[in-house]
Write a protein that binds this ligand. Structure first.
Ligand SMILES: Nc1nc2c(c(=O)[nH]1)N=C([C@H](O)[C@H](O)COP(=O)(O)OP(=O)(O)OP(=O)(O)O)CN2
Ligand SMILES: [Zn+2]
Length: 123
């Protein structure tokens, strides 16, 4: 089994729902996103999956969020756009785009600051 990881980022505004404190007010983050996949086998070029594909598909999903107000985008209208929920959203979108017989999206890490990260992993 091989593990491959890319990292990228997006910027967006949000406010937490059902939260009492500063974060219920409109504010923004530059989220760092790490996507880890597993591959059972390598192709003839020695790749589990081309990093170019991993980066392209991750960008396609992050374009849904980048420079947006997350609370206006489903599922975050009623589901608080916490880093946990963002990680799950990205995981599910990427799973739909990337999973094959060979490749499985394993984990999405979402860093909302240098010090705070939420992850969503395959069961
Ligand atoms: N488990 C989680 N906790 C918090 C989340 C989250 O997504 N998951 N999100 C927030 C807010 O979005 C907030 O913006 C966090 O910002 P941050 O600058 O990290 O928090 P502080 O302002 O408290 O920064 P300090 O440097 O610690 O004062 C909050 N929690
Ligand atoms: Zn925040």
């Amino acid at each position: 089994m091989y593990r491959l990881k890319i990292h990228t980022h997006f910027a967006a505004a949000h406010n937490l729902i059902n939260y009492q404190g500063d974060c219920e007010n409109l504010h923004g983050h530059n989220w760092k996103v790490e996507v880890t996949v597993t591959a059972r086998e390598l192709d003839k070029a020695g790749l589990g999956i081309d990093f170019k594909i991993l980066k392209r598909e991750t960008k396609a999903v992050l374009d849904l969020l980048d420079h947006k107000y997350l609370n206006e985008i489903e599922p975050f209208v009623s589901n608080s756009p916490s880093s946990e929920n963002i990680a799950r959203f990205l995981f599910e979108k990427l799973t739909a785009r990337l999973n094959t017989d060979n490749v499985t999206v394993y984990k999405v890490n979402v860093w909302e600051s240098e010090y705070a990260c939420a992850s969503y992993l395959a069961d």
